[in-house]
Design a protein around this ligand. Structure first.
Ligand code: FES
Length: 80
């Protein structure tokens, strides 16, 4: 399995409606922060997250969070 690509060095902060979301874990999706199927062949799969209520979500963009799919500030520890 390869390492995920850093899609963004800042989280994707989005007002989300209740529903089921497929967060891109591989970093290759063109529809960040959501999966578009580009993970094919990477050995990685999206993380499915169900939101029961509307809320503002900070989706991890660097793909290094320890609390995936949510941002935990890991981007601040990335080498520049
Ligand atoms: Fe990245 Fe699907 S495109 S997990």
């Amino acid at each position: 399995m390869s390492e995920p690509k850093i899609a963004s060095r800042t989280p994707y902060v989005i007002d989300c409606a209740p529903g089921t979301y497929a967060w891109c874990s591989c970093g290759h999706s063109k529809k960040q922060p959501y999966c578009d199927g580009s993970h094919a062949g990477t050995g990685m799969v999206p993380k499915i997250e169900k939101l029961d209520a509307a809320r503002k979500v900070a989706w991890c963009g660097c793909k290094k969070s320890c609390n995936k799919p949510f941002c935990d500030g890991a981007q601040s520890k990335l080498p520049s």
